[in-house]
Design a protein around this ligand. Sequence first.
Ligand SMILES: [Mn+2]
Length: 302
Amino acid sequence: MTMPLAGIATFAAAPLLTQEPHPHFAVFGVPFDAATGYRPGARLGPRALRDASARYAMAWGDANPGYWDVEDDRQYLVGCRLADAGDVDPLYTDLDALDQRTDALVGSLLGAGIIPIGLGGDHSVTYPILRAFGALGRPVDILQIDAHLDFTDEIGGFPRSNSSPIRRASELSWIGNVTVIGVRGIRTSRPAWDAAVARGHRLLLARDGLEGALRALPSGRDLYVTLDIDGLDPSVAPGTSSPEPGGLAYRDVRAILRRAGAANRIVGADVVEVNPFLDPSGGTALLGARLAVELMAATYLA
Ligand SMILES: [Mn+2]
């Protein structure tokens, strides 16, 4: 196809998952934002990310030439196979249905040896995705890029808001250590911070910068990367429910992903909290799609 905007809007013009051969990665959406406490709309994130990803269309398959990064003078994703597995189909606010349907889709990908790349959705969707990783049968560490800890135990007795997914995930027996990069703001919960420290999490403030972040990264681990777009500065990612000024630069996030992928085995990832209603230029969705491609490049590298 010559024009990347033609055809079905799969991620980066990848074939649908029904086609052989099995891909290295499968992108899937979780169009769910009922756990958002502030401005809703992230349920339309998967569609916006797919639309924006046309910018990064490539000939996925054994003959994929990948792309040349002029700054690195290096070719990435050569021979990489990507498929689009469609969406988890949420049932309104039914969390049991969300969990079961996410588990079915992600579990089938993991069972086939395919690395899942989720597109949110609000950040609460990371928990049902990580539930499915129990099928791997080995510990998984988390690298979270985020302005917020998302480690609040409950709000008014509700345990599944988009402030709690990492807390819920940390209760799963297969989840190991957690590294959070980009924390900032004046709404961080002190009890959540103390609980994360008590569990041994590595918590890096945005002001710790790139060097601090790189020093904190784990190595030699099976790693799940959850990338909340609000980890980046609102100047480059304004289209999100809860932006916080003073965030990470795109360049630094890319460097963190590259190092994380080179030093670990990335077993899955997500990009969450892109909200098209707050993104009139489409720039936040374009950045999110770009970071999903960079995530795959960092993973395929290893
Ligand atoms: Mn988050």
